[in-house]
Design a protein around this ligand. Sequence first.
Ligand code: HEC
Ligand code: HEC
Ligand code: HEC
Length: 419
Amino acid sequence: MTVTRRWVVRLLWILGALVLGFVIYAWRSPIAPVDPPAAGTFDMATIQRGAQLAALGDCATCHTASGGETFAGGRAVATPFGTIYSTNITPDPSSGIGRWSQEAFQRAMREGVNRAGDHLYPAFPYDHFTLVDDRDNAALYAFIMTRQPVQGRTPDNQLSFPLNMRFIIAGWKLFFLRKGPYEQDSNHNAEWNRGAYLANGIGHCGACHTPRNSLGAEIRSQHFGGGEAEGWHAYAINADSRALEAWKAEDLHMYLSNGWHDRHGDAHGPMAAVSQNLSSVPDADVKAIASYVATVIGNQPREKIRPEGASGNDTGAAIYAAACASCHDGSRPLPFGGVKLMLSTAVTGESATNLINVVLEGLRPPEGTTGAIMPGFSSTLTDGQLESLVAYIRSNLGSQLPWTDIESSVREARSRTHD
Ligand code: HEC
Ligand code: HEC
Ligand code: HEC
């Protein structure tokens, strides 16, 4: 053997050992199946607390396909890496999690590993759920295990090699998963800690509101700095918040539990389901979240910038006067009148996406409720008209520097609403 060949062989050995080491590192043992817990195993108070935690965690929102049975899974979660389907978490013994012990359930929540020992994709936000404490996990387990079992397989994930190999996720976790449960921060009082525990844990607010790096992990140094969610922009809810009137704890409390605030507007896109879920949890929990988030946002006054030449957009002005003003500047009482748009972060915020989405799709009240309604304009406005309107609203009503990505945002929003 030549010297170089010998080195190549040695390198291959080292590489092989590294791969083997990683595979061993990634390995998790299966947890033995159990018989589904008998009726009467859990007390009512525990089940009830579990229901509230499930609402805080949006479990049903993600684990129910549109038109499908609650918790039976099959909802597509789009990621930059491919599509991951939520699983059936009803207590069905064959296709659901009916044969999972509480230990197996808690391991999934805390470490993102299923009963068989496979790593789960962080599309299941266990990087937040890891903070949930043992007691709350037990309550969640009691609630889930007492739901109606539904038999039904969910579609296979659409991920390409090598991401379709689950042991790879162990590498992701090594860098990005900080295992819980939550630890109290003694610099803050009990309510703040309660809020941080709920918001960053079961509530997983950062899953949408924190920007992600190229590997899909939240950037911790930009906690709540604004992120993307299902074609919508989840605004910054830290010191970078661009809301014209700084959010206070009372405002957040009202907005989160009613999905609406008279000086901020309403929750739409994926936030509509979040606030809908929060409306069913105890007020003390929402209050704690609100007071925690208010401290993250802080209370600095917003700057109003009136850009030069803001009025020179006749097309936008004319469309606004004809199509929008009657509701948004009229005397129709709130909530049906529509807020003054200068108060909405859709207008003052960091991205044009939500304003464009709302104008195209309009706003329907959530299923089973009555609420504010605005018509959609997707068939009445051309792309060019929509761009002029959005630019007009931004500079004249929002008094902000122009967005630079209006054209591409309109194109993206159109392609989404067409498929
Ligand atoms: C943002 C969407 C989302 C939310 C919210 C969510 N899940 Fe999931 N969950 C998923 C996805 C996607 C998977 C599948 C992950 C995979 O295939 O690796 C999953 C997997 C699971 C699993 C593993 C099941 C199995 O068969 O492997 C459990 C258990 C689970 N979720 C429970 C919950 C509970 C309890 C909640 C609420 C506290 C919840 N999930 C909230 C998306 C979500
Ligand atoms: C599934 C994604 C998602 C989750 C989870 C989520 N949000 Fe949102 N949130 C959004 C989106 C998208 C918007 C913007 C749309 C809108 O204005 O309604 C938003 C808007 C908001 C706003 C309004 C900000 C403004 O300036 O108008 C607040 C406040 C907020 N979210 C707080 C929270 C809190 C607190 C949590 C956790 C309990 C949370 N969100 C969880 C997606 C999410
Ligand atoms: C029939 C009355 C009506 C018309 C016409 C209408 N809106 Fe609305 N709009 C509403 C109502 C009601 C809401 C929901 C309550 C709220 O958020 O103010 C709303 C919400 C909005 C929001 C979200 C505000 C927020 O953050 O909650 C935006 C942005 C918006 N409208 C823009 C427009 C634009 C631009 C037009 C014209 C193309 C328009 N609306 C036409 C009634 C209307």
